[in-house]
Design a protein around this ligand. Structure first.
Ligand code: FES
Ligand SMILES: [Fe+2]
Length: 421
């Protein structure tokens, strides 16, 4: 199939009462990838950065919004801008640095310069231009909508996109709980771990809230931890399929995986741990503190994952290539042991060399290779279907190993892909 229509796109997700299937065509080929960029990544809110990455005036980060290169920067007045990373002279890539601080972006090609707000401020040998040459429309092209919630900065190419808080919907309450982990402080992201794999971006998006797979694909990692248990003091990781915990899915496409208990590893002096927990209790009460400490990870549709100690951004590159940026999250002002433990969790679990990421990436690349198989037309995401609790606002709740978040993702994917707007 070369060209898709709203009808054929909608037909890729088959949502029946007894079975939920996704066509393997949804992972294959450049056409579907381009439709995803147009209909999802260039239409809705996409995560750009954490505010701490561009804390000071002049700070910037270069990244991608969908398939388009952008710079996110903080201007002298403190305002955050998202700008196409394209020089308005002859279209060179303007900023080659991943992040930094600057008074002006100077194009490497002919030296035009722009403020972090995007304003064109310098043209070498400007007197060679006509007296009426219009400089005013040569500012960097701005991403029309930028907004942030809880320090998370999002941008959208769609000027008519819904308000950010409406887009976040059911995920907002989970962001609020995640923010409380700072015990009244703020988060600061560390330098990203990066990895790539030869597979579709949705494999990683589906995996993040998948409570079914850890006891299987990560078994050898867990066994290694058990074998050297003396060397991983208190670093508990579950080997078995979990009997407690929840999955949730929201109409906005977001989903969660909640362990139903704290999963944080050890390595912190008991009195340091106690002081942190006491601070949470003082701020939020016993129940509130317990809720904050309960392990959860969630996906903000389509490509942002938030863990208790980490932010992970899934960057689609093509239908069969994906890059992942994994940012450990430190708490500004927290005890060093709290932060070093958070860093250790981020590195050893979900970082590039983490014991969990390598297993998952191998499955994603294998999945992409398996798509070459002729005659394998549907995958099934039916676990827990018909057994989940459906709340009046559309939130669905299943047990830890249910495929509730994946179905929420695909329902939203389908509604955006079939949309003509
Ligand atoms: S392309 Fe940027 S200055 Fe010429
Ligand atoms: Fe995993």
């Amino acid at each position: 199939m070369d060209t898709y229509t709203p009808e054929t796109l909608q037909a890729l997700v088959d949502d029946q009462p007894e079975e939920f299937r996704v066509s393997t065509a949804a992972y294959r080929g450049k056409e579907i990838f381009e439709e995803e960029m147009d209909r999802i990544f260039h239409k809705t809110w996409i995560f750009l950065c954490h505010e701490s990455e561009i804390a000071k005036p002049g700070d910037f980060k270069s990244t991608q919004l969908g398939s388009r290169p952008v710079i996110v920067s903080r201007a002298r007045d403190g305002k955050i801008h998202a700008l196409l990373n394209v020089c308005t002279h002859r279209g060179a890539t303007l900023c080659r640095e991943e992040h930094g601080n600057t008074r002006a972006f100077v194009c490497p090609y002919h030296g035009w310069s722009f403020r972090p707000s995007g304003e064109l401020i310098g043209i070498p040998d400007e007197d060679r231009y006509h007296a009426c040459f219009n400089k005013a429309d040569k500012n960097l092209k701005a991403v029309p909508r930028v907004a942030s919630y809880g320090g998370l900065v999002f941008g959208s190419f769609n000027p008519d996109v819904e308000p950010l808080e409406d887009f976040l919907g059911g995920a907002k309450q989970h962001i609020d709980i995640w923010l409380k982990r700072t015990a009244g402080g703020t988060y600061r992201v560390s330098t990203a771990h990066k990895y790539g794999y030869d597979g579709n971006w949705k494999f990683q998006a589906e995996n993040v809230c998948d409570g079914y797979h850890p006891g299987f694909v990560h078994r050898s990692a867990f066994n290694t931890v058990s074998k050297f248990s003396g060397s991983f003091e208190n670093r508990a990781l579950d080997v078995a399929v979990r009997q407690q915990g929840y999955t949730r899915g929201y109409p906005e496409g977001h989903g969660t995986l909640e362990a139903g208990a704290p999963l944080e590893s050890g390595g912190i002096d008991p009195d340091v741990r106690q002081a942190y927990n006491d601070q949470l209790t003082a701020l939020y009460g016993e129940e509130g503190a317990a809720e904050v400490l309960t392990n959860r990870q969630f996906l903000i549709f389509p490509n942002l994952t938030i863990f208790d100690f980490n932010i992970r951004v899934i960057q689609p590159i093509s239908h069969d290539r994906t890059e992942v940026y994994s940012y450990p999250l430190m708490i500004e002002g927290a005890h060093d042991q709290i932060n070093s433990n958070r860093m250790l969790d981020a590195q050893t679990r979900v970082g590039t060399a983490g014991i969990l990421s390598a297993d998952d990436i191998d499955v994603f690349a294998g999945g992409q290779n398996a798509l070459k198989a002729e005659g394998f037309d549907w995958i099934t995401l039916s676990r827990g279907l018909g057994k989940e609790e459906i709340k009046p606002d559309g939130e669905r709740v299943g047990v830890y190993s249910d495929e509730v978040p994946q179905r929420a993702f695909w329902r939203k994917w389908r509604s955006m892909m079939k949309s003509d707007s």
